[in-house]
Design a protein around this ligand. Structure first.
Ligand code: BG6
Length: 289
């Protein structure tokens, strides 16, 4: 299918009726729905889908830089590039598929322009897979096809759709150190048992366990984030003031979204020539009480 700017999108469906939609612009997942058709990812009503804007919602890929932690533009260039579909992708590994064949491989290689600002040849293969159980799996493989090493950071900047920010808590981050982007990236240690929200939050939790859960009391449901190769977890909610300053975000929309990203930020990944890095994120929902 195509969106209204003529950008190709791929829709994945599983036999139970769950679906996921991926745009070639940014290699960005823009929708993930349950078998009842309920949307699980937030996209702003003010999102701008016209390149070269990044799209506010879904799962933008921040690569090869996270935020402004480097010389590149905010969150790197990958989310503003056209990716291409690999028509002959390598087969699915049974562990990667959760028993379903609904997947697509998107590829990103640097353009001449990208090489001028970041002089490293790479191939980024993003596999998006919808499991038979409705889980959404994002598997990234990044290969150094250059003759010198390079380092990068990456985040799956996941905008979860939630009932109300005051009804939500995150578990799995207790006792961890985090970098606070609101305090000159200073380092703190999480004291609370769970993380709840009453003001702007913009943090990178370091070396978290491989499972983090987001509980939504009002919706009686839990998002589970399982990750491999992605040590860090970003937590972001812009709250009231910052929401008003973003042109592509509604003033009140901060109540309905929470970004929780599997990421590798504090310690950048270094790849030698010919080496490949793999990072896997699996998102699922379960009812809770
Ligand atoms: C977060 C960053 O994860 O992404 C924030 O830590 C930033 O500082 C946010 O505001 C959104 O970034 P952008 O570029 O999509 O507006």
């Amino acid at each position: 299918t195509k969106d209204r700017n003529g950008i190709d999108q791929v829709v994945l469906r599983n036999p139970r009726g769950a679906s996921a939609r991926v745009s070639l612009y940014g290699g960005q997942v823009l929708s993930w729905k349950t078998d009842q058709g309920e949307e699980l990812l937030f996209t702003s009503s003010k999102a701008i889908f016209k390149p070269p804007n990044p799209v506010r919602g879904g799962i933008p890929i921040c690569f090869p830089q996270f935020g402004n932690r480097g010389a590149l533009e905010q969150h790197g260039f990958a989310r503003k590039k056209m990716w291409v579909i690999d028509e002959n992708p390598p087969p699915l590994h049974p562990n990667d598929s959760n028993g379903n064949k609904a997947y697509v491989d998107l590829l990103l290689k640097p353009s001449e322009e990208d090489l001028r600002i970041w002089p490293h040849s790479f191939e980024f293969r993003l596999r998006v897979c919808l499991g038979a159980d409705g889980n959404l799996i994002l598997l990234s493989r990044i290969r150094n096809i250059n003759c010198k090493p390079f380092s990068f950071s990456i985040a799956y900047h996941t905008y979860f759709s939630i009932s109300d920010i005051s009804e939500v808590r995150i578990e799995g981050l207790e006792t961890l150190d985090y970098l606070d982007n609101l305090c000159q990236k200073e380092r703190f240690t999480e004291q609370g048992n769970t993380l709840t929200f009453e003001s702007e939050v913009d943090r990178v939790y370091l070396s978290s366990s491989n499972v983090v859960a987001v509980f939504d009391h009002q919706k009686k449901r839990t998002y589970t984030i399982r990750k491999e190769g992605l040590p860090d977890i970003v937590v972001w909610n812009p709250w009231e003031k910052k929401s008003k300053s973003m042109v592509d975000f509604g003033d009140e929309e901060y109540k309905q979204m929470l970004c929780v990203d599997g990421a590798a930020i504090e310690k950048p990944i270094t790849l030698k020539p010919g080496e490949e890095w793999r990072g896997r994120l699996e998102l699922s929902i379960v009812p809770s009480c």
